[in-house]
Structures are given as C-alpha cells and as structure tokens.
Design a binder for this molecule. Sequence first.
Ligand code: IMJ
Length: 256
Amino acid sequence: MPNLLEGKRTVILGLANRWSIAAGIAESFRREGAEIILTYQSERQLKAVEDLAQELGAARLLMCDVTKEDEVAKLVEILAADGKPIHSVVHSIAFANREDLGRPFLETSRDGFLLANEVSVYSLVAVTRALLPLMTEGGSIMTLSYLGAIRPIPNYNVMGVAKAALESTVRYLAMDVGKQGIRINAISAGPIKTAAARAIGDINIILDHVAQRAPLHRNTTQAEVGDTAAFLASDLSRGITGSVIYVDSGFHIVGL
Ligand code: IMJ
C-alpha cells in the first residue's frame, strides 16, 4: 500500500545516528510520502545527523533537548511559523546513567532514578503538551518501549521502571488527547543493535537468545519498527490508542 502518509507532517524526536530507531522510522515515513521534521539532542550529534537527515529526505533538522522547556518551546515556535499542522509525533528518546545499567537495581540512586524518568518519561508529557496546539487536524503520537517495562531483564534496571512509567503515561495521555482526535501508543521493540544497545556489554548474547527463542526466530530490525510506526501514524490504525504494540518477533509471548 503506497503513500500511506501522503500529506502528513511528522516530527521525529531522538535521531542520534544511522542506527537509531528514529532513522528507521524516518525511512518508512519517507517511503510513505510523509513530510519529515527531525530533531536531535545537542551539537554533539549534529555532525552525525546532518548528512543523514538529507539522505532521509527530512524537510527540517532541528536541535531540541527535551529536558529543556525553552528548547521545546522554541521547536514549537519554529514549527508554528510554518503555518501548517502536525499530524504525527514520534518520541524515540531514553537515557539512564551508565552505572545504573550495570549494578543491582537495588543500588539505584535517587538522582539516577529521577534522571532516567525525566529524560525517558516526562519528556513525552512535555512534548505532547507542547505540540498539541499544532495538531489541529487530529493525529498520532508514539513512543518506544521495551519488554523490560513488564518483565525484569538483567541490567535494564531503572530503564525498566522508566519504561513501565512510560507505558502508563501513554494510557493517561490517551485519555486526555482522545477528544481532540489524537491517538497515542507505544511500540515495544525487540532488542536492536543501536548505539544505546551497543553500550551494554552483552547485547550480542541477548540478540542471539531472542533469535533462537522467538516465534519468528530472528531479530527485530529498525525497518520493522519503522513500518509499524507508519501504520500507527496512518489512518489504518484509527481505532488504536493507549496500546503497547510489540514488534519483537513475538518474543514477549514465550514462556520457556
Ligand atoms: C539497555 C540496558 C540494559 C539491557 C538492555 C538495554 N537490553 C536492551 C537495551 C537488553 C535491548 C537497549 N534498550 C532497550 C534501551 O532502552 C537502552 C537505553 C539506554 C542505553 C544507555 C547506554 C548508554 C548510557 N545510557 C543509556 N541510557 C539508556 O550511558
């Protein structure tokens, strides 16, 4: 089904490099004819994302650190000046302190807990509230989660607790934005070798484990997540809100 997203204007937050899930999503959206606005966190990412944004056919590449209220406001200001509505928003952002993804969860500091939740969870609330006034024709918001939200995964720790809060946040936001014809969902992706996953030591072991045990006997790709995101951004998913959709080769159903 070609051009699922023709005439739709999309903001994708969280592009870091070409392995980013955000890049896979942008690629699917581009194929389906969407106009794409990409955001990245800071100057540090700029070199890695400027060529990439062009390759992905992005109409705009804007810096936005979602923990900074003024940067979120600036993003909205720039987009509002275009005088065109936004139809979908993709939130593909998470962060926890490295040391909290290694030692026992029990050792998580107050600051580490708050940081993970500020960056990975509250940012969805902030971005949703800020972009809502531009979503005048209704639309679709989505975020990325992981199985560690509902089942303890070794070392995922504070990120798992943050993803649980993120999935709950999706449900509460769904109640608030539904009356404006806006849907919000989460995609729970299987493990993918992104920079965020590479940073953990045993990602290859986890990837092999999933490929051996999952019903589809393979790992999840950015393209698979991108295509589900395109579905969620399109009118084909118009009856779906507040959901967590698993794009994980079916791994989450496996009991033993
Ligand atoms: C991350 C940590 C522990 C186990 C993990 C992951 N598994 C997977 C991930 C099994 C698949 C990747 N993932 C789903 C994430 O959400 C990663 C988030 C993340 C990664 C880092 C690494 C570098 C850093 N902070 C981070 N914060 C969040 O400093």
